[in-house]
Ligand binder design. Structure first.
Ligand code: GMT
Length: 380
């Protein structure tokens, strides 16, 4: 198949999932054309099957805001015709599905290119549900030829908010060879020279991720267990508040803010416990990546997290903001090495058996085939 993929290139889990899906499809012999404003960060290699088409935008003084959606639709239509695309697969509904629908409509006399929209989370639960975007997001869902969601939670949220239920749940995935426990590495020597326990948090530090809670958890844990450090991987608006809280609680010297990193697996592989105290999470890709590295997860019981983290088997879950309970969970795991290893082993087993590329990528391919067989024109 010739597949067009659109993602947000620099920010968030949807870009990671779309990029890795493209790479996996190419490895299985498909031609993948990324259409985006810049090269997606996780797309480190272009080759004869992985192509990139940059969306060009004219800068005109009249435009207070650049009409990116239109430039994207134009590029999608151009690429669909020149590369004979079989379908357009967009990740994150806003504005990608609307741009793709515009592209499909603008060229349908010459070539019919079905649109598949994958919902990732805030495109439904936060941004899409806002009155300013709700009607157009609903239209985007109805007009897509196929819609997938990354968790059962997100499918249900879409039904409740948009009264739209033709959704296939296809969860996020990991490559088990890439995400593994690492016993010795230069990073391990750097951060744990004396065998310190490492707690890790990975996110884009938006308020919804509550990174400040991670600092508070570390401070509470250190009252019980002295040799503990926290690795904060990523960057974003809440970083300054997290750094400030670390200084306030006198734990700054035990927290490493390492910034945005490409090699997330290297940090997860050396971790002892992964922290995800989010307020909202439709799936929690970082928790899955941690589990694949045999790292137990301490997280909140919200959204799709309970689908990914098996409570009391691969991690512990708490109510949002219950720092006390999350700290106790971390202390329990750090004080009982056997339990921590058992949780870690089960976490990897569950990640591989339920979310490996081997089982999830064929699910996408089957879905593509189904849509190609049934969609010969836009939905009525
Ligand atoms: O929160 C983010 O990191 C961004 C956002 C996105 O769409 O880029 O992430 C969502 O998609 C991820 C990949 O499917 C999920 O793992 C995240 O849970 C989800 N974030 C939220 O629902 C807040």
């Amino acid at each position: 198949m010739n597949i067009g993929i659109t993602v947000y290139p620099t920010y968030g889990g949807s870009g990671i999932v779309g990029s890795e899906l493209g790479r996996e499809l190419a490895e299985r012999g498909h031609n993948v054309h990324f259409i985006s404003s810049s090269l997606p960060t996780r797309l480190t290699e272009l080759n004869e099957r992985v192509h990139f088409h940059e969306v060009e935008m004219m800068n005109y003084p009249l435009f207070e805001h650049q009409p990116y959606d239109l430039a994207l639709a134009t590029k999608m239509a151009t690429v669909a015709r020149s590369e004979k695309l079989d379908l357009l697969h967009v990740h994150y509904a806003i504005p990608h599905s609307i741009s793709a629908i515009l592209a499909r409509e603008s060229i349908k006399e010459k070539r019919f290119v079905p649109v598949i929209t994958t919902l990732h989370g805030t495109d439904i639960t936060l941004v899409g549900a806002d009155r300013s975007y709700l009607p157009i997001t609903k239209y985007g869902l109805q007009q897509s030829n196929g819609v997938t969601a990354v968790s059962r939670f997100l499918k249900q949220a879409t039904i409740e908010t948009f009264d739209f239920d033709e959704i296939e749940v296809i969860p996020n995935f990991i490559c088990p060879a890439h995400y593994q426990r690492i016993d010795e590495s230069p990073l391990k020597t750097e951060f744990s020279p004396n065998g310190e326990n490492l707690l890790t948090h990975v996110s884009n530090f938006r308020p919804v991720k509550r990174p400040v809670d991670c600092i508070e958890i570390l401070a509470a844990v250190r009252n019980e267990v002295s040799n503990v450090k926290l690795l904060m991987v990523g960057d974003g608006p809440e970083r300054a508040a997290s750094e400030y809280r670390a200084r306030q609680l006198n734990v700054a010297e035990f927290v490493h803010f390492v910034g945005k990193r490409e090699n997330i697996a290297d940090y997860l592989g050396i971790s002892d416990v992964f922290l995800l105290p989010s307020e909202l999470e439709s799936f929690g890709l970082a928790a899955l990546e941690a589990q694949a590295c045999e790292v137990p997860v301490v997280a909140t019981r919200i959204g799709g997290i309970p689908e990914v983290v098996i409570e009391n088997e691969t991690g512990f879950l708490s109510e949002v903001g219950n720092v006390q309970k999350m700290s106790e969970n971390v202390v329990t795991l750090l004080s009982d090495e056997k339990m921590r290893r058992d949780f870690g082993r089960k976490a990897r087993e569950s990640a591989i058996s339920r979310y490996s590329t081997k089982s999830i990528i064929p699910h996408y391919i089957e879905f593509y085939k189904k849509i190609l067989n049934t969609a010969s024109e836009p939905p009525a």
